[in-house]
Design a protein around this ligand. Structure first.
Ligand code: ADP
Ligand code: MG
Length: 599
């Protein structure tokens, strides 16, 4: 039998290995700026074009590399950061695997110009698909200027696999933020397609956070500081009232390296328990410092996962440190940390009034008016006030009945209804009665309303007295802007504003001012995570989302007119019986059933 095993040529091996390190432009960004940090730079400039697909450039004023090192740095396992296996346990630098540059050079066209302080000129190296194509001396400031062009130019399949520019840019921003947060003492700038997205001068952590996420963050931050023999924790948590529906303000750093860790996240959430409501995520910027010997960062090539030797100790310490801060800054309702705290709203202060929830309904709405007669089964939006129902109305709640059409089970114009448990509406039918789930019914109504508007492009909008400005993080802004046409179709009067903002001057008729920000945050969150529901049918998703947030909730007391209005609207829907989550909106108890029960 002939020998069939042979070694892969270097360039193939490099491409395969590159797959682990460089998945997308953001991976190269991370590696390059981390190298600049490791090189002791105090200024790091990131320049990207087309979300990094065309160009990623990192310019630093760090140590630079002598000509010989510069060439070596592109060899696999070439690193200046460790020299023995023992060193793996005392890592203080970002890099140590010596793989990043070799990987990047295998899948892009690279041009690097570097000069160490000892030299009076730099060296410029060009590499394509792992092959050096040119090397020549060139004038340069001290430091390194690294350009990665046309990433994956030689692996079309990988290039085609990249996501939209907005998505790829969001990943870049994430990586940039992680490093910028971990190193507030370094001046970072970020330029995208020629415009400056961020400029973060040297600062302390608090300023750095505001620099990235906006000035309003300053007043939201509560410091955390705790030291033990095993681990120190410092940083900030975000006051519970500013916790968001969107994930994104959760940052853990271990020895200044950004990491993801569900277990530690749980520790923070546990400390916030009772202070934030369900579905809302506490925000934090927490820095753990511990002996590098007690962690293993080598378990994943991108090093965002870390194994801790003393996981349980760290969990307990973190939780108590945060409870301590919440208590110290008077945010926690009690200093007795072990008692069961079950508050989802901050305690009332003396003299503060409780405002009853406001439900906006149109008491004059009449489903028997002209429009609904034309199309009785299709909800056609909020109707202007109309004349009282005429006696000869042909409107019938036939959906309730499996019987013959002419035998509508309900009063033609129900006048009687009562609310049960602030949750259900009871209304007599011609035969039996209907029990309507108020929240689900209203969700169904709003959902169909939004969908009709989107399909018909006829959304009415209410102008706002005070336009809302939303300043988003640079990562979230493009995601929201991608959906702007759909939002306009639903009745939003929304425009891009400044670098990363939108200004909203009008909103759909059914929406309340107070719902807008949280609804849009939810939208960003779901779009970001590509929940399949969202990517398959963004319009349907949005109609559902806005219906959910705008609907009358369970637990809200309703006036009779409001209930009647709701009933009418529900039965003008095309699918009145089914809630938007596929659960029933109403139960019909037939007269027969009642008589059976009384038998
Ligand atoms: P690692 O960071 O794991 O050592 P890399 O492939 O990222 O591996 O880099 C290889 C080597 O190149 C580094 O160890 C470092 O000595 C050198 N290097 C890379 N980037 C820079 C830079 N911006 N400034 C100075 N030296 C650098
Ligand atoms: Mg590196």
């Amino acid at each position: 039998m002939p020998n069939i095993i042979h070694l892969l040529p270097d360039h193939v091996a490099n491409q395969i290995a590159a797959g682990e390190v460089v998945q997308r432009p953001a991976s190269a960004v991370k590696e390059l700026i981390e190298n600049s940090v490791d090189a002791g730079a105090t200024e790091i400039q990131l320049i990207v074009v087309d979300s990094g697909k065309t160009l990623i450039q990192v310019i630093d004023n760090g140590s630079g590399m002598p000509a010989e090192d510069l060439e070596k740095s592109f060899e696999r396992h070439a690193t200046s950061k460790i020299s023995s296996a023992d060193d793996l346990f005392s890592i203080r630098t970002k890099g140590f695997r010596g793989e990043a540059l070799a990987s990047i050079a295998a899948v892009a066209q690279v041009e690097v110009l570097s000069r160490p302080e000892e030299e009076d000129h730099g060296m410029c190296l060009k590499i394509e698909g792992s092959q050096i194509t040119s090397r020549e001396p060139a004038p340069a400031p001290v430091g390194t200027n690294f350009q990665v062009k046309n990433l994956f130019y030689n692996i079309p399949a990988r290039r085609n696999f990249l996501k939209s520019n907005a998505v790829e840019f969001k990943h870049i921003i994430d990586e940039f933020e992680h490093v910028a947060l971990a190193h507030p003492n370094i001046h970072f700038t970020l330029l995208h397609n020629g415009s400056e997205i961020m400029n973060l001068p040297e600062a302390v952590l608090r300023q750095r956070i505001s620099g990235i996420f906006g000035k309003k963050y300053n007043e939201r931050l509560v410091p955390v500081e705790e030291h033990t023999d095993v681990v120190s924790v410092s940083g900030f948590i975000i006051k519970p009232e500013f916790a968001k529906k969107t994930r994104g303000d959760q940052f853990f750093f271990v020895n200044d390296r950004f990491i993801k860790n569900g277990y530690l996240h749980h520790a923070v959430s546990a400390a916030f328990e009772g202070l934030v409501s369900h579905g809302v995520h506490p925000g934090y910027f927490l820095f753990l410092t511990l002996d590098p010997q007690r962690i293993d960062v080598n378990i994943h090539p991108t090093k965002t996962e870390v194994k801790f030797e003393d996981e349980k100790v760290i969990y307990a310490m973190l939780r108590s440190a945060i409870k301590h801060s919440l208590g110290q800054f008077n945010i926690s309702p009690s200093l007795d940390f072990d008692s069961e705290i079950q508050l989802s709203v901050p305690p009332l202060t003396k003299g503060q009034n409780i405002n009853p929830p406001i439900i906006e309904v149109d008491p004059n709405f009449n489903p028997f008016a002209e429009d609904s007669q034309k199309a009785p089964k299709t909800y056609s939006g909020y109707q202007p006030p109309a004349a009282p129902p005429s006696a000869g109305s042909t409107y019938e709640w036939t959906q309730l009945s499996t019987q013959a059409e002419e035998e509508a089970p309900v009063e033609k114009n129900p006048e009687v209804c009562i609310q049960l448990n602030k949750n259900y509406i009871l209304s007599p039918l011609k035969s039996g009665m209907a029990i309507i789930h108020q929240q689900r019914a209203h969700e169904r109504i709003l959902y169909e309303d939004y969908l009709n508007k989107l399909e018909g492009g006829t959304a009415a909008s209410q102008q706002m007295l005070f336009p809302i400005q939303m300043i988003l993080s640079p990562a979230d802004a493009p995601i929201l802007l991608e959906q702007i046409d759909i939002l306009r179709g639903m009745g939003f009067d929304i425009e891009p504003f400044g670098h990363n903002g939108v200004v909203i001057q009008g909103i759909p008729l059914n929406m309340k001012d107070s719902e807008i920000e949280s609804s849009l945050e939810q939208l960003i969150e779901d779009a970001k995570n590509f929940r399949s529901e969202f990517s398959l049918a963004p319009q349907d998703w949005m109609a559902k989302n806005f219906a959910r947030s705008g609907a009358i909730k369970s637990g809200v007391a309703l006036e009779k007119e409001e209930m009647l209005h709701l009933i009418h609207q529900l039965f003008a829907c095309s699918m009145p019986m089914m809630g938007i989550d596929a659960k029933p909106t109403l139960i019909h108890i037939e007269g027969d059933e009642l008589s059976k029960r009384f038998a």
